[in-house]
Design a protein around this ligand. Structure first.
Ligand code: COA
Length: 253
């Protein structure tokens, strides 16, 4: 089955959701965003589904983040865009069933954020993680409110202020990834974890997710939605985004 740019398959009691615009590195186009929302809510509503896996189509990328080609420098557009994107990024936290990210390649920006919103991250040894938004003059709105708790304040600042990519092993060392596996075993290992989770009592599994996630903090997310759009008014953001589109290095003031 296909929902916009997202493939949806049921295998046993697991729903496999594949972001499918590999030519654009599965960046969060409107087709991927709407497809992901429909796929996650369909899986959550289907009583036959116990666990959800999200992966990316193609060898290279899980998801390269927000679709930079669509950015407009208009405050109304940016406010609505940020709000919609952050809601999509937070959805793996908000569905009731366990979600596993099977990260096959680049997990950058929004792709990194989708991964950290999942309950478990299994990464191919070829995967790369990072929040490169600083190179666009921007910041990762969702990660910035989640990274403190995940990696501690200093490393959170380092990741967001430097924007450098890290290997799957480095992400595992930071606690962002549960397990790094050989590339060709990625889905097998994700399904193996899904089957173990599916064999457990499902009410207890859902309570566990709900209890662990209850302190994630909605107010911080609202703050990110309100504050982040201001960054787009900075000249350095215009330069960063224009430089990406023109395939050149940005020159910040
Ligand atoms: N939004 C829109 N298009 C994107 C994209 C994004 N986030 N990331 C990649 N693409 C597009 C590229 O523009 C390119 O399109 P083209 O073939 O029409 O020129 C295509 O996907 C392939 O990307 P390319 O940059 O050529 O691949 P690469 O292997 O040289 O580099 C990355 C891969 C991930 C390092 C690089 O694409 C990148 O830095 N992407 C942006 C990541 C980012 O900043 N995300 C946060 C956004 S807020």
């Amino acid at each position: 089955m296909q929902f916009d740019s997202v493939d949806y398959e049921i295998k046993g009691t697991t729903a496999l959701i594949t972001l499918n615009e590999p030519d654009k590195l599965n960046a969060l186009s409107s087709g991927i965003r709407s497809g992901l929302i429909t796929a996650l809510t369909t899986a959550d509503d289907d009583p036959a589904v116990r666990v959800i896996i999200i992966t990316g189509a193609g060898e290279k990328s899980f998801c390269a983040g927000a679709d930079i080609s669509g950015f407009e420098f208009n405050s109304t557009y940016i406010r609505e865009f940020m709000s919609k994107v952050i809601d999509v990024l937070a959805l793996p936290e908000n569905v009731t069933k366990p979600v596993i990210a099977a990260v096959n390649g680049f997990a950058f920006g929004g792709g990194f954020e989708i991964a950290i919103a999942c309950d478990f991250v299994i990464a191919s040894e070829q995967a790369k993680f990072g929040v490169p938004e600083i190179q666009l003059g921007l910041l990762p709105g969702f990660a910035i409110v989640r990274l403190n708790e995940l990696v501690g304040r200093q490393k959170a600042k380092y990741l967001s202020m430097l924007g450098e990519p890290m290997s799957a092993q480095e992400a595992e060392d930071l606690g962002l990834v549960l397990k790094v596996v050989p590339h060709d075993e990625l889905l097998t290992q994700a399904f193996a974890l899904a089957e173990k989770l599916a064999s457990k009592p499902q009410m207890a599994i859902r309570y566990a997710k709900s209890i662990y996630n209850r302190d994630l903090g909605g107010a911080d997310i609202t703050y990110a939605k309100d504050a982040m759009p201001f960054l787009f008014t900075d000249d350095d953001a215009k330069e960063g985004v224009t430089a990406f589109r023109e395939k050149r290095k940005p020159v910040f003031k």
